[in-house]
Each structure stands twice: as structure tokens, then as C-alpha cells.
Design a protein around this ligand. Structure first.
Ligand code: NAD
Length: 335
């Protein structure tokens, strides 16, 4: 069975990544849309052949409970709106995919997890890279300790958003985004540090700085943080809304591996100290991601990105902000 997905929020990511990806999926398809912009209804209905009864706005959304054509609700709204719509989707009995970052606080992540558990629906977060072959190759090398233990990992994820002509974009508005670079791109750097070592950090020390404070008034521009891992490995992450960064590098007992680029839509590319290229044919990551989640629902395959992973990352995000607030104090982590 191919599951029907409804996209909530038809902005850049839905328009240019998720909807085109849903033309390539095998186990799910674009069945419905939820939009606050009436002009988009006709455009999407025609382009993707969406019947009128599968089109909702933010007010009519809850009536989706009566629509058997929709199995999964995919929330692709500004971060501060994720919790509300994920919880409403769960209450409507729909499985949920929530975009990253899962929400703007640990408490909100927990509320989404609780709502999905109560409604007995499945929950995933939009961390597309867990279905991506270069990333999976890193995960395999970590599992098999191909180069021994990791001693140091460095990840960086960022882009120069000050070039955006719209200073009012929601990502720079803390009430809608929950934070700046760390919330938006930092979660990739955190993710990479974790799957690149196969360990969860036990402490974090963080610093914030700004090179364009006149532009980044409400949200963090650039953050660096250092992790300690249980094995003794160390990690360093960089995230910025004012610099391009897209790399994962791990230095191990017996060599190294890197992905460069590591976090963008692909094709990714990497290499290892034994001279091998890490290179796989390119497929849309989002198609792989949504098919993986559909198979989890229909066939009970593992949920590669459960809600607990989104919550874990928000715990680390909150600890990083806390460390910065306390002048770079080392914060113990229990994640
Ligand atoms: P966007 O600004 O392009 O789209 C946001 C959508 O939300 C628009 O359709 C807008 O109309 C709607 N919206 C509803 N209420 C709004 C409000 N009060 N203010 C602003 N917009 C409002 O954003 P996007 O890039 O599509 O990002 C949406 C979500 O997807 C975010 O959580 C983002 O982090 C996530 N995202 C994930 C990836 C990924 O690779 N997984 C990539 C891009 C975005």
C-alpha cells in the first residue's frame, strides 16, 4: 500500500524538495495539502492532481480526521508552529513527520511525543540524512570501527543568510524560529558529531559571536561548541547564519574519514585515509526518507529518526544556549 501524505505549509522546502521528492517515492505519495495561502490551493491542485476534499487551511485542518486518503501529516512550518500542528495531527489519528528542529524547546518535543503515543501513531523528524547512503556509510564505519576509535570529530553547518533580501524572514525572528543558526543549521552539526562518533556527548561548552550584529538582532549568528564523549573522544561543532560550512571530519586511532559536503541535499561526497572515495549514486534524500518512514508504518522496519532523537537534540541545543548564557561554563549532558 502507498500511504497518502499531506504537507502542512507550502513554503520553500515543501515546494522545491518535498513535493518533487514525492513524485519519486514508492511507498507514499502526495495526497493532500494544508495551506494558509488560498492562491496556492489551485496551483498545487493542478500541478499534483490533488482533489478538492484533500485541501485544508489552518482552520479546517482538524477535520482531516475524517479523511482516509491521508495517512501521514508532514509539518513543514516555522519551528515555533511544529508542536501545535504535530499534536493536532496526532489527535486526528494521523502519523506524523515533524521538520527539524523538532520544536523550540525540550518541553514541546516531549508534548509531541506524548500526543503521538497517546494517539498510537508513529512519529518521525525530518532528518533526511539517516536515509542517505554517504551518511549510512559513515555510520557503518563507525559501527565496524574501520579506523578504530574516534579521537576527534569536527562538524560545521551554516550558510550566509545575510544575503537574503528579507530581513523579516521568520528564521531571524526568535518567536517563530526559537533561535538562529543553532536551531536551523546547528542541529546538523550536532547530528553529525553524534553519528560520526556513534556516541552521545556527556558535556558541552559553548561560545557565541557575531560578525554582523546589525543584521542578526534577535537570533544567534554564529556558535561554536565542544563536546566530550564517554570514550574520551572530543568534538567541535561550528554553526553560522553568516558563513558557508558543510563538513564532517573524524580523526581516529588508525586513520580518518570525512564528508565534504556533509549536510546539504546532495550529492554528498567523502573520502577516507586509506585513499577511498565515498561516493554513491545520487537520489533525492527526501524521497528515501519518506519511503523509509512509510515502510516503518506498513512493515514495521526500524524508525530511523524517532521523535526521541529530535528531543535529544533539543536537550543539547538548550544546554548550548545555557553554556553561552553562563559565559561558557561546561554543562553536563544526560541525553
Ligand atoms: P519557508 O519560509 O519557505 O516556508 C514556511 C511556510 O510556513 C510558508 O508556506 C508560510 O506561508 C507558512 N507560514 C505559516 N505561518 C507562518 C508565519 N507565521 N510566518 C512565516 N511563515 C508562515 O520555510 P521553509 O524553508 O520551507 O522551512 C519550513 C520548515 O522546514 C522549518 O522548520 C525548517 O527548519 C524546515 N526545513 C528543513 C529542511 C531539511 O533539510 N530537513 C530544509 C529546509 C527547511
Amino acid at each position: 500500500k502507498s500511504l497518502g501524505i499531506a504537507l502542512v505549509g507550502l513554503g520553500t522546502y515543501s515546494t522545491y524538495e518535498l513535493a518533487p521528492s514525492l513524485l519519486e517515492t514508492k511507498h507514499c505519495h502526495l495526497a493532500g495539502i494544508v495551506t494558509g495561502t488560498p492562491e496556492k490551493e489551485k496551483i498545487w491542485a493542478e500541478k499534483y492532481n490533488i482533489p478538492k476534499e484533500n485541501i485544508y487551511n489552518y482552520e479546517t485542518f482538524d477535520t482531516i480526521v475524517n479523511n482516509d486518503a491521508i495517512d501521514i501529516v508532514y509539518v513543514v512550518l516555522p519551528n515555533a508552529m511544529h508542536a501545535d500542528f504535530c499534536i493536532r495531527a496526532a489527535k486526528a489519528g494521523k502519523h506524523v513527520i515533524c521538520e527539524k528542529p523538532m520544536a523550540v524547546s525540550v518541553a514541546e518535543c516531549q508534548a509531541i511525543i506524548d500526543a503521538c503515543a497517546k494517539a498510537n501513531v508513529k512519529l518521525s523528524v525530518g532528518y533526511r540524512l539517516h536515509s542517505e547512503p554517504h551518511t549510512q556509510e559513515i555510520q557503518r564505519m563507525v559501527r565496524e570501527k574501520t579506523f578504530g576509535n574516534v579521537q576527534y570529530i569536527a562538524t560545521g553547518a551554516g550558510y550566509p543568510s545575510h544575503g537574503n533580501p528579507n530581513p523579516n524572514q521568520w528564521r531571524l525572528n526568535k518567536a517563530l524560529s526559537g533561535g538562529g543558526a543553532l536551531m536551523n543549521m546547528g542541529v546538523y552539526a550536532i547530528q553529525g558529531a553524534i553519528y560520526g562518533t556513534g556516541e552521545l556527548p556527556i558535556s558541552v561548552t559553548a561560545q557565541e559571536f557575531s560578525t554582523k550584529p546589525e543584521y542578526f538582532k534577535d537570533t544567534d549568528e554564529t556558535i561554536t561548541a565542544q563536546f566530550e564523549f564517554p570514550s574520551g573522544a572530543m568534538g567541535s561543532i561550528f554553526t553560522s547564519h553568516n558563513a558557508k560550512a558543510d563538513r564532517l571530519y573524524a580523526s581516529c586511532d588508525k586513520g580518518w574519514y570525512e564528508l565534504d559536503v556533509a549536510f546539504s541535499y546532495g550529492p554528498l561526497h567523502g573520502r577516507t585515509s586509506n585513499g577511498n572515495e565515498i561516493s554513491f549514486p545520487h537520489k533525492r534524500q527526501q524521497a528515501l526518507q519518506m519511503d523509509d518512514f512509510a515502510l516503518h508504518i506498513t512493515q514495521g522496519t526500524p524508525n530511523k529518526v524517532p521523535g526521541s532523537m529530535g528531543l535529544r537534540d533539543l536537550k543539547i541545543v538548550e544546554a548550548i544556549y545555557q553554556s553561552i548564557k553562563e559565559g561558557g561554563r561546561k554543562i553536563a549532558l544526560d541525553v
